[in-house]
Design a protein around this ligand. Structure first.
Ligand code: CA
Ligand code: CA
Ligand code: CA
Length: 232
């Protein structure tokens, strides 16, 4: 299962009725949670917002998990390019106030200056394309924010809402950012094989933490693509 651009927040934060855990992974064999925001959740059983109950390898990427009263992310979850309160191990993760617009009233959009802006990983969403939870373009560049995530030429934000700056287009596997997937991208990917250069994250298409043959195969299946996937 892939959960994309979702927002999980309790409807009445801080009240005794607010008992729902954010997401308890119990029944699905493999789960990927992409571009979601979890905030204001509580569990009477004490589960964190994202709890893994014996699932093989749930992955959380480009997400914000912040301000949940019974914890944020439990053990045995792979977390990448996400903002988790209290921190969580994983490439691209941060622990910094996401600067939600009005979390007490359920507005989990990002204020200017949020550390989540331009801090996600494009490869997690480029093949999904589409829009953010507001129906706005998923890829926007905030000219006032130095991109700290992974991607060219615009970098996706963490969370369900994209801070709307200058809209851009991202084509999956277009590693050099010229708008089309060509042999030049395959050459760039090949140069990244075995490299520890952080800039090579754009070539890790399958998000397994390294640039290898599987990434090259993914690129080849997208050869000559020049437009993003249609919106979801
Ligand atoms: Ca962005
Ligand atoms: Ca290209
Ligand atoms: Ca890879």
């Amino acid at each position: 299962m892939v959960a994309y651009r979702c927002s999980r927040t309790a409807p009445s934060r801080g009240t005794p009725r607010n008992i729902r855990a954010g997401w308890r992974l119990t029944e699905l064999s493999e789960t990927t949670i992409i571009g979601c925001t979890f905030s204001g959740n509580t569990s009477v059983l004490g589960y964190p917002a994202i709890a893994n109950h014996n699932r093989p390898c749930p992955t959380v990427i480009n997400c914000i998990v912040w301000g949940n009263s019974t914890g944020e992310v439990g053990p045995d979850v792979t977390v990448l390019f996400s903002n988790v309160q209290g921190g969580y191990p994983g490439v691209g993760n941060i622990d910094a106030d996401p600067l939600f617009v009005d979390p007490d009233n359920g507005d989990l959009r990002l204020q200017p200056g949020s550390p989540c802006i331009d801090a996600g990983n494009n490869n997690a969403v480029a093949a999904l394309a589409g829009t953010d939870l507001d129906g706005n373009p998923r890829f926007g560049d905030d000219p006032d924010t130095e991109a700290t995530g992974c991607g060219v030429p615009v970098v996706v934000d963490m969370g369900a809402y994209e801070f709307q700056g200058t809209p851009g287009t991202v084509v999956f596997a277009d590693i050099n950012g010229d708008g089309t997937v060509t042999i030049a991208d395959l050459f760039a990917l090949n140069q990244c094989m075995g490299s520890g250069d952080p800039g090579c994250c754009v070539a890790d298409l399958d998000l397994d933490g390294e640039v290898g043959v599987l990434d090259a195969m993914l690129l080849l299946t997208n050869l000559f693509q020049s437009s993003p996937a249609p919106g979801l």
